[in-house]
Design a protein around this ligand. Structure first.
Ligand SMILES: [Zn+2]
Length: 303
């Protein structure tokens, strides 16, 4: 079974962990490491003949269009990770629409390919932003991968379905591919991405993906950032929590990614979504649960 590999294409200083300590206007004065880190990742993926989806920040596509072009030319899918990595629940409907529209245009321009997939910065779609899916469908996105259906610090999403489903909005359907979780004996646990990949031992990730593939016959969606392969990156000012979340386990990540690529087969999320049935082909969606947008948001609560 092929799992999905997704990369959130952003630099170390875009991370939400440091958003309180560095302003967006200061980003241009930081020493960017995204080209070298992405090159390292592209070579690693090439060595394993693996293709991935790169959820790209619009501001990265604007500053480094050649990098986005190169990723697309090497056979990877280019998707959207917002323009400026602002958490969606901090935006108004109009701000979200404009941020996403601008991001999609600049990313498509750089990549030379259309963009169909969206991932919110820090999985920040909550019931403070019930217009999100409607606007994504209106802007031409066919799938989203922004929901982490676990109990989080500020939002409880453990009642959201763990497996892919179609969200029906007034502007059209959009397929949601939630971040991968394990559900054992009624408890849900995160798996296979970002800080969880760095913090948890590799055997857990491998066992979890195998369990999902074999016991549930479901593919996993793994996510990474290019800066996670860069233990030498500059240390930012930030809280102890931000430092733990961002810097813990950086030295071991490259080895873990290498082992993941050895142990499992991956493909871009867009291809996996096509296999599940694109919402734009109504006849293919019959096997996926369909949830109206209001019902979806009723599953999310604040603790
Ligand atoms: Zn991000």
């Amino acid at each position: 079974m092929k799992n999905a590999l997704t990369i959130d294409l952003e630099d170390y200083y875009h991370a939400t962990a440091f958003a309180d300590y560095i302003d967006q206007v200061q980003w241009h004065s930081q020493a960017s490491r995204i080209e070298a880190n992405t090159q390292k990742l592209l070579d690693l993926l090439d060595a394993h003949e693996c293709h991935a989806t790169f959820f790209t920040l619009g501001c990265v596509a604007e500053q480094f269009p050649q990098l986005v072009k190169k990723i697309a030319a090497r056979g990877h899918e280019i998707a959207c990770h917002s323009f400026a990595h602002r958490q969606i629940f901090t935006l108004t409907r109009d701000q979200f629409y404009e941020d996403t529209r601008r991001a999609k245009l600049v990313i498509e321009d750089a990549a030379g390919t259309p963009v169909y997939g969206y991932r919110a910065p820090s999985f920040s779609i909550t019931n403070a932003s019930e217009w999100t899916f409607e606007l994504l469908a209106e802007l031409g996105f066919t799938y989203d991968s922004s929901i982490f259906p676990i109990k989080q610090l500020n939002f409880e999403m453990q009642n959201v379905p763990r497996n892919p489903f179609v969200i029906v909005t007034s502007t059209g359907p959009i397929l949601e591919f939630p971040m991968t979780t394990l559900q054992i004996a009624g408890a849900r646990a995160p798996l296979a991405g970002g800080a969880y990949l760095r913090l948890l031992p590799y055997w857990y990730t491998r066992w979890g993906i195998q369990y999902l593939n074999i016991s549930e016959s479901r593919p996993a969606c793994v996510y990474l950032h290019p800066w996670e392969l860069d233990p030498e990156q500059p240390r930012m000012k930030g809280s102890i929590t931000a430092h733990l979340r961002h810097y813990f386990g950086l030295r071991g990540t490259e080895t873990k990614v290498h082992r993941l690529l050895e142990d499992f087969e991956f493909q871009p999320l867009g291809l996996l979504v096509k296999e599940l049935g694109s919402p734009l082909s109504p006849d293919l969606t019959v096997n996926l649960p369909q949830i109206r947008v209001a019902e979806f948001f009723s599953y999310i609560s604040e603790p």
